[in-house]
Design a protein around this ligand. Structure first.
Ligand code: DLL
Length: 442
């Protein structure tokens, strides 16, 4: 059942921190940063070397305002020091590793101590509380369990909250729906693309009204407000955007509240900066740049100014929910998701927003295919449309195709070939969706 904004009752997991004054948070972050910098200098050979090369001493960092004096850390650093070269504790203090598969073969591996897992669970529990859950709830987790942080991360959060975790992992949609109904799940967690898939399957099976789901905890991939509205409408729920990355912690770095005006970052543990991707200078609030994190509490694999490659903007204004935790906007995408088509930057999320602005006629199932023909980039957008368009009325299909072409041209600033395809033509994803196939030889 979807709860209307006017009927929403805000609840906090840790009000003292979530609604802390700016000055108090500044003091807390400063104290933690000073300690963390000393810790990494003394205990992580990677940072000892980096600081020494720059001539930087831990005493140079006196408050959080000095953060820009610190060096960046990149995914390449993690790769070069794979698997355990970034630790600040002996490897036998590590109680868990989690990872994510890169495109280049080796995993990005992250290591956590028991305390790191505890903080992680607490951050997810904050998010679940923000989404209206409490200890009486039953969270159906269909993120994958394994090295990917999605399944276990949500599980840790549910455990902290004292709620019931239903560890379904990904796959077997019919069984997911059966268990959701039988176990009386009140919330579910998965990627937005899989939430859409479940919504379609539940609608088709006529079980939506038999489910007791009130909230979706959806994230792990870029998605739009339009997609959220679609999922909420189809399943009659409130859906919340959760963000994280295994290097920093898994899900729970940030989550949005009922006002959906950006994702609240747990800045007492993860200090965010938004930087110009080229100059690496901080950008103003509201301006899109690359998100960079410093882990203030991490023991196992603390990271200083880690460049996430995720593009977003930040605001430090207090939210209507009462929280002062800064908010990052819904993600545009990653710097490496961006496709340059005939000189124009294109993100899949722009295509998603444009398509869904057309209302009921098109679905959020789409795929971008990029080719090079006669030395020119050609973008093809495949999108599923309702079956009715494939009846005898060819004119209707042509009309819709023109509307899709026009909205894409207006939004992207570059023309795209449009292929309208029938329902279920585009491969569904049980985890993170593949939205782009780039056939160009780089
Ligand atoms: O995707 C952690 C996670 C699991 C988050 C479940 C939310 C829910 P990784 O596999 O390390 O970790 O991938 C991290 O995924 O740098 C972003 O590019 C992307 N990402 C994660 N959450 C969001 C989101 C998990 N809410 C990478 N919106 C990140 C947009 C997201 N992108």
């Amino acid at each position: 059942m979807k709860i209307k904004l006017e009927d929403w009752k805000e609840q906090y997991r840790d009000e003292a921190v979530e609604c802390m004054s700016t000055d108090e948070m500044h003091a807390l972050q400063s104290e933690k940063l000073v300690k963390q910098v000393k810790n990494v200098y003394e205990n992580s050979p990677f940072y000892t070397k980096k600081f020494n090369e720059m001539g930087l001493r831990p005493e140079d960092i006196k408050s959080i305002d000095d953060i820009t004096k610190l060096p960046f850390t990149t995914k390449e650093d993690l790769r070069e020091n794979y698997p355990f070269g970034m630790l600040a504790v002996p490897v036998d203090k590590i109680s868990r590793v989690q990872g994510t598969s890169g495109t280049t073969g080796k995993l990005t591996l992250a290591s956590y101590t028991e305390k790191d897992i505890d903080v992680w669970g607490e951050c997810v529990a904050r998010g679940l509380t923000m989404a209206g859950l409490n200890s009486t709830d039953r969270l159906h987790v269909c993120y994958g369990y394994g090295l990917f942080t999605g399944g276990l991360g949500l599980d840790f959060g549910a455990r902290k909250l004292g709620a019931m975790a239903i560890p379904m992992s990904a796959g077997n949609t019919q069984r997911q729906l059966m268990c959701m109904e039988d176990f009386g799940a009140t919330a579910f967690a998965c990627t937005p693309s899989y939430a859409m898939y479940l919504a379609e399957a539940a609608t088709e099976a006529g079980v939506v009204d038999r489910l007791q789901i009130k909230a979706g905890i959806n994230g792990a991939e870029p998605w739009t407000e339009e997609m959220r509205a679609k999922i909420e409408d189809m399943l009659h729920i409130n859906s919340f955007d959760i963000y994280g990355l295994c290097e920093i912690t898994g899900p729970g770095v940030a989550i949005d509240c009922i006002h959906h005006a950006g994702l609240h970052v747990n800045v007492d543990h993860f200090y965010p900066e938004v930087l110009d991707p080229v100059t690496h200078e901080p950008v103003l609030d509201g301006t899109v740049g690359e998100l960079v994190f410093t882990t203030l509490s991490k023991e196992g694999m603390p990271l200083i100014r880690y460049r996430t490659k995720d593009l977003t903007s930040i605001t430090h204004e207090k939210c209507k929910c009462g929280r002062t935790l800064p908010r990052i906007s819904k993600f545009v995408g990653r710097t490496d998701d961006m496709k340059v088509i005939r000189g124009v930057n294109v993100f899949p999320t722009q295509v998603e927003a444009a398509l869904l602005s057309l209302g009921e006629d098109v679905t959020p199932n789409y795929l971008l295919i990029v080719d090079r023909e006669n030395n020119l980039d050609v973008l093809t957008v495949q999108v599923e449309v309702d079956e009715k368009y494939f009846s005898d009325e060819i004119k209707k299909l042509e009309e819709l195709k023109n509307r899709v072409s026009n909205v894409l041209k207006d939004t992207l600033g570059v023309s795209a070939k449009v292929q309208l395809v029938g329902p279920k033509t585009i491969k569904r994803s049980e985890g993170k969706a593949t939205r782009v196939i780039d056939n160009r030889k780089l």
